[in-house]
Ligand binder design. Structure first.
Ligand code: FAD
Ligand code: SF4
Length: 284
């Protein structure tokens, strides 16, 4: 017999970045929140200690961090004449599962969109003339601008401890930063990552021909950092295992760093709970 659980104000299905951030915002607003995550539980001390083994066989080759196609997968066909078949092995794009979702093994590239990205129609017609866009091209401006989103970019960067070099602070161009970016209110919370020999050489070559190379903004920690929620993020050790074996960074700026702080008294997270269907019950 089904057990009827106490009602909650908000139910989050899945607990990756989106679930973690929404859980934080909703509990901050005083709501009772329940998050159901299909995969296993992860926590800083048990899964992400700095002594954790970077097991390439388990993580890189056997995909221990990723969605398991034997349990749940996508189907694919090359043309409408074919019958779509389930994918038995995922290749270049590996969705996550378990607490933290894809944020556990993402690369941490952390770009802001450019101001012109939000003006997909007007930027192009202003610059190239109305005739530049075919009449049946439906591309539109977003309806929100870079300036509207700037405070949220800033909040995110300080939450994650992004390492980088500002190129434009309040309209003042900053040497060594991204010369194309929109104005930001302040610099990144952490300095850029150290560059290895290859990118250093590349940057020198680019400078020699008059270009303005700058370090890519990164969610890896260039130094120890405590975020505005009080969560401590440990520095990157440049082990080189980003993406597929990346594991112990819960101390290093991954989404789950955020979880202990996110568990306000009004939030509960249950792992190994796959949501199979939902029913809307008006009035409840
Ligand atoms: C290999 C890789 C590299 C990436 N690199 C970058 C990068 O460098 N920079 C960048 O900005 N972005 C990057 N991304 C993208 C970024 O990581 C994702 O966009 C982001 O993590 C998505 O977060 P999410 O919470 O929306 O979804 P997810 O992280 O996918 O979380 C969804 C969660 O829901 C759970 N779930 C799904 N269905 C159910 C169900 N029925 N019931 C219960 N739970 C369920 C899943 O298990 C999962 O934990 C990368 C992604 C991948 C896969
Ligand atoms: S410690 Fe290794 S896996 Fe983690 S961010 Fe640094 S290089 Fe990537």
């Amino acid at each position: 017999m089904a057990t009827k659980l106490p009602p909650v104000d908000a139910l989050l299905v899945g607990f990756g970045w989106t679930g973690a951030l929404l859980g934080q915002e909703l509990t901050d607003a005083g709501l009772n929140v329940l998050a159901l995550e299909r995969g296993g539980w992860r926590d800083t001390t048990t899964d992400f200690a700095t002594t954790f083994v970077q097991d390439e066989l388990r993580y890189y080759y056997r995909h221990a961090l990723f969605q398991e196609p034997a349990r749940e997968t996508l189907s694919f066909r090359n043309s409408t004449n074919e019958t779509a078949l389930p994918m038995r092995q995922l290749g270049s794009f590996l969705p996550g599962t378990g607490v933290g979702g894809a944020g556990i093994h993402w690369n941490g590239q952390n770009w802001r969109f450019l101001p012109s990205d939000f003006l997909a129609r007007s930027h192009n017609t202003d610059r190239y003339g109305a005739a530049a866009l075919p009449q049946d091209m439906t591309v539109q401006d977003w309806g929100v601008t870079y300036d509207d989103l700037e405070p949220y970019y800033d909040k995110w960067e300080y939450l994650c401890g992004i390492s980088g070099k500002a190129g434009n602070i309040k309209g003042q161009m900053q040497p060594g930063g991204n010369p194309f970016e929109g104005p930001r209110v302040r610099d990144y919370p952490n300095p850029p990552m150290e560059m290895t020999y290859g990118p250093t050489l590349f940057a020198e070559g680019a400078k020699d021909i008059g270009l303005k190379p700058f370090p890519a903004p990164s969610a890896n920690m260039s130094r120890a950092y405590t975020n505005p929620l009080g969560v401590q993020l440990g520095p990157c050790t440049y082990c080189g295992f980003c993406e597929k074996v990346r594991l112990w960074e819960l101390l290093q700026g991954e989404s789950s760093d955020h979880y202990p702080a996110g568990f306000a008294s009004q939030e509960e997270l249950r792992a190994q709970d796959r949501v199979r269907s939902h029913q809307d019950q008006p009035g409840q």
